[in-house]
Design a protein. Sequence first.
Length: 601
Amino acid sequence: MHPLRLSTDRLTTHQLSRRAFDELCSGGVGAEFVGAVETSQYSNRKLLLRGVADFCAEHPAAVGPLTDTDSVWDVLATAEDRDPAVVRGILTHPTVGVWLTRILRRLYAQVTDSIPVWSELGYLHSLVAVMAIRTGVHCRVKVPVVHGVVTLPTVGHIELPTVFPTGFVELINCASGTAVTLGHTGQITLDSPHFFPVRRYTTHSRGVRFSVEINDNDPYRELSEPIPPRRLDRADAAEWEKLLGEAFDLLTLWHPDYARELSAGLRMVTPLPAGTSIRGASSSVAIGCVAVSRKTSATLVAETLVHEFQHSKLNGLLGLFDLGHRDDMYAPWRDDPRPLSGLLHGVLAFLSVAEFWQVQRDLLPQQQAGQAHFTFALRRCQVGEAITSLVGEPALTRLGRRLLESIRARFALVERQPVASDVMDAVTKITDDHRATWRKRHVRPDPDDIARLTNAWLAGVPLPVMPASRVVPDARPSERPSRAALVELRLTAPETFAEVVAHSTLAAGDAAYLADDYAAATTMYLARLRNAPEDTASWVGLGLSLKARGITASDAVLRAPEVVAAVHNRILATVGTAPDPVELATWVGAGMMPDTDHTGH
């Protein structure tokens, strides 16, 4: 029997009302949008589950010791007949999407891992056991044991009292209760001290209810490969509940639309381990889940929840509609080329961050306000640049353009807010640095055009044409200079900046640039380019220093560094002598159209 009596002969067409779409566009979504996304996700999960069932039927060896697959499908179908809402809730749980995506990739050899396939496939048995427990279906189901733990998603986990290798135990659900058998050593029931229930936190603030699972036990809770439980102790759990409660109270007070959408759609929060470099995470296959690193304040927790939930919203929309396709776009917040959908994700998420800090920056103590004002200005600048690049983008669908127009209307309100001149100066330096570094790294001008430009320079004639270019992702590890991070640090934490600079070994040009000695920085970057003409950081640093001095050659270096560097190096290879980079950049800049991006699609 196939799972959930799947009627795949009659496919369902999912729809989203105009009102629900308008909610997404304007900011906070409600129950109607969340319900439509969940319904489409349920259909998707059932189809993926059908794929797992078909593979198991065709490749019975893959199930390993979990040989009772047919009876598992029977239990699942019975549970759905008894209580469809419970089964739907389990199958749309965020971790189930992570597992389904991963197990299908493993079954079809797209991913390899040291964990036995049958062990990960056993998560299905754990899900079915949970469906039986929560719907009252009597059954016996083999469930896997991994790291000495039996996981029961949405219910909890059992830590076995003895050393237990990876394997399986039998779970029995009957009228007298639920237990797992340990062979001759007895049983463990769900009222045993070895059972740890799922941790759920619920609070109310200003009439809005917020209830989430704080997931510290599910193997797929960090949205990737399975990991063992890492149960929070009492103090950690209390701290997380305190932060979440204060964060939600802040949102209901100052950002009620965002509070209401989190109330409607956030199902799970995963506390990330201490020391992780990830501030927050979400996944297209785990809609309704946000992974959060330990924060120093409820304000930062609130920002992370708002930011990451925007990705859940857009992932839900993308599961219903096509917004457009293109794979080579510049995102001001990423070092790699991004697809169109990724750019839309960033625009929506960082616009919410800008809206958040637009309010919060004036509510913080003075010692924290500097970072907040900077974050607001940076995200506003990045979103504005991304919106500008999307306007008129032919790859957008009609619905994609409609979404963009609504975002532009929201952004217009943010754009009008005042920003201090020193903050704006730092943001401009950082965004110029990032954009030029990205272009030098990923944009490749046409070699024939570069040859024509080289000949024109050597002949002493004006620039004939700006070369056509295309994006070629550079897969080498990024060598992002510390320059931009130090510009931020100088603004937001000047004492820390002084200490870092005093104990850091900076490139000579960067040290002069950060000391505002732009003439010296220019000289030092030029010296570096004489010895390393391909050095991206020096080309970009030269452009930044020239701009700070008001020298027009900076325009070409910052807007088309790949062209200036390519012509420079072609001349060097042709005649054995390199041209003066500033003179060359002035020549290139004289032939550039204002505000024109010559990157090919």
